[in-house]
Design a protein around this ligand. Structure first.
Ligand code: WT7
Length: 628
């Protein structure tokens, strides 16, 4: 299985001398060694930087494959995001800066944010929402989104945030699986000057979802859409008489904080469960030390809160650090392809954290756009979601970073809750490599049996020991959770293929399973296939990812039609639209091919790798198990 992977010589960039002061805590090698020799001492040291209602009895209780971190502790994550800043000199400091699609602005100080969160928390209590109840969010990226997330955590309810680009069926599955009592949404989201109706998608998604008692609607456009008052409530109506103080629900360390769904290798999305203390620690630690964040920073993570990146690095991490958070509803090319750089200049953004697919899009627009603006405020750049290819790294480094800023290419997952592997600020960077594991993280590249592979050999990426923000379970499936820890020698199996160089730098090659990463979003082949066969014309479907210079991968679908249907461009368009409406635009196939047969194993499994090889015109490899 291990295959040699020759690494062509890569340039090494050593950050500008002035950045040597960034080196967090000092010498990486020394701190790393200490952190793995005595992990409990290491994590306890970080935990002491935060506020707790009651300190822990034990740092870690590891009962394979279940971890309890900081058991005995009592806390509420919002106390570290809000109270601790409001109670000191950060009270009137700007917490949130929001920029709308039309250029409008809304700004909240920590004090103002605190008050809005407390009012909404009281509103939720008035509706009878209690600790442990699930609340599903389907919101545009506006301040009310962040406020309501924090309010949910304040009262100990469990948030499950669904990206507002998902379709009605995807939303329905998540509401039903999490048994959400409440859905929080808005009338519309606004993109490129157009209104996108969210409320009617919620209407469709809550049919046959008996857990849902109420829907709260933030009405942002005029005239107000009508609400069905038996079930629906206006956001501002709910809080209009509420007080701006609400005591935090005191949570146990292992109480659930949120569920976030991610695509897996089966048709159903997996509800990744994160718990209070460990997630609080992981999001804080990684934000502070990977971005080198200070309270003077203006931190812009371009992800939506519907993804884990938004959870950890828009909301929880930077707020715990007391920084100023910038977030926007803008698209990168509207009103023109200079808008992001205009925002960086206008608001003095210091940390910019984005995705390779966006960087490649900006490369295509050309350097003339960023060159029009003053980007001198920037001091750290970051990337996440899929491999940052060397060409994109070079462009980001030269055009945006002016050949002196550090780039942190952060590898992690919904399941890990926090960054796991990256080149830390101040360390030498190698384009194409994410870097080395963070202190406290024991990552390795191994073969099927768990033995480390030699340098420059492809293998599977694993994490060998527990870490505080690891997922604690899959909502409703013990079996899937156990699988993560049982496939390779009791290690946490990541699902990615990787390779290490002689210095221990790790390069991510891609997924080892049936997950396709399109523009940084995980799409399960099975999910798209089941949406396709749900259409009356389709008998069988197979989808594959093929490389694309902009989006990383594109989805191609191969279909066998039912009797009585024949392939046409019209049907292909109809099928694409069907997937778009059920799963959302990110899951839509770019191309549909109608087939007479599909390559299968003798046991009837579709051989996607054969389709992929045929499509790319390369050798399909071993065909001995294929049926005739
Ligand atoms: C998968 C996890 C973590 C937030 C966004 C995605 C891929 C993630 C990188 C990176 C290469 C990366 C992996 C991983 N991935 N970051 N820096 N370089 N690949 O979270 O949706 O849970 O996806 O994204 O394949 O397993 P997610």
């Amino acid at each position: 299985m291990s295959e040699e992977k020759k690494i062509t010589k890569v340039p090494v960039y050593t950050p500008d001398k002035s950045y040597k002061d960034f080196r967090w805590m000092g010498d990486y090698e020394k701190i790393y060694r200490e952190s793995v020799e005595n992990p409990e001492k290491f994590w306890e040291g970080i935990a002491k930087e935060l506020d707790w209602e009651k300190k822990w009895d034990n740092v870690l209780e590891w009962n394979y494959p279940d971890a309890k971190w900081f058991s005995g502790a009592k806390l509420n994550i919002t106390c570290n995001c809000l109270d601790r800043h409001v109670n000191n000199s950060r009270k009137n400091k700007v917490a949130l800066i929001w920029r709308g699609d039309d250029g409008s602005e809304r700004i909240f100080t920590y004090r103002q944010l605190y008050r809005e969160v407390m009012r909404f928390a009281n509103g939720l209590k008035k509706l009878g929402i209690k600790k442990g109840d699930r609340i599903c969010f389907y919101m545009p990226f506006v301040p009310e989104h962040i406020i309501s997330i924090l309010a949910c955590a304040r009262i100990g309810a469990v948030h499950t945030i669904v990206y507002a680009g998902f379709g009605a069926e995807s939303l329905h599955q998540r509401i039903v699986n999490s048994e959400s009592k409440l859905v929080i949404t808005a009338d519309v989201s606004i993109r490129r000057g157009k209104r996108i109706d969210l409320k009617s998608i919620v209407d469709e998604a809550i049919v046959n979802a008996p857990s849902v008692e109420r829907v709260i609607v933030y009405r942002r456009t005029k005239p107000d859409i009508e609400l069905y008052t038996e079930m629906e409530l206006d956001y501002y109506e709910l809080i209009k008489d509420e007080k701006p103080h609400c005591d935090p629900e005191i949570m146990d360390a292992e109480d659930p904080l949120f569920i976030l769904y991610t695509s897996g290798t089966t048709g159903a999305p997996k509800g990744i469960l994160h718990t209070c203390a460990g997630y609080m620690l992981g999001s804080y630690y990684s934000t502070k030390y990977v971005f080198d964040i200070k309270e003077s920073d203006v931190h812009w993570c371009t992800a939506d809160p519907g993804w884990i990146t938004g959870h950890s690095y828009v909301v929880y991490g930077p707020l715990q650090a007391g920084a100023t958070i910038l977030f926007t509803e803008t698209t990168p090319d509207y009103p023109d392809p200079g808008v992001w750089w205009e925002i960086v200049e206008e608001f003095g953004v210091t940390i910019l954290y984005t995705a390779p697919t966006a960087i490649r899009m900006f490369m295509k627009f050309g350097s003339e756009w960023p060159d029009k603006y003053n980007l001198e405020s920037l001091r750290v750049l970051g990337s996440v979601g899929e491999p940052l290819n060397p060409e994109a790294f070079e462009w980001f480094y030269r055009v945006i970073g002016k050949e002196k800023l550090p780039i942190v290419d952060t590898w992690w997952q919904t399941e890990t809750g926090m960054h796991m592997i990256t080149t830390l600020v101040g360390e030498p960077m190698k384009p194409g490599f994410v870097g080395k594991p963070l202190p406290g993280v024991v990552a390795d590249v191994v073969d099927k049996t768990g033995n480390p592979v030699p340098p420059e050999t492809a293998g599977r990426l694993v994490i060998k020991t527990p870490w505080p923000s690891m997922m604690r379970g899959i909502w409703g499936s013990r079996e899937i959770y156990e699988k993560y820890w049982s496939e390779i020698n009791g290690y946490y199996t990541v699902g990615d293929m990787a390779v290490k160089d002689k210095d221990g730098y790790i390069m991510i090659i891609g997924r080892a399973d049936d997950v396709i990463i399109v523009a940084g979003h995980n799409i399960g082949t099975a999910e798209v296939e089941s949406a396709l066969v749900a259409h009356e014309a389709v008998a069988e479907a197979a989808v594959i990812g093929v490389p694309d210079p902009l989006k990383g991968n594109l989805i191609k679908a191969f279909l066998i039609l039912r009797n009585g249907y024949s392939g046409s461009e019209k049907l292909a368009n109809e099928l694409k639209y069907h997937v778009r409406m059920t799963l959302g635009p990110i899951s839509m196939p770019a191309e549909i091919n109608f087939m007479e047969t599909l390559p299968k194993t003798r046991s009837g499994k579709i051989m996607r790798r054969v389709l992929k090889a045929q499509d790319m015109g390369v050798d399909p490899g071993d065909l001995s198990t294929m049926e005739d």
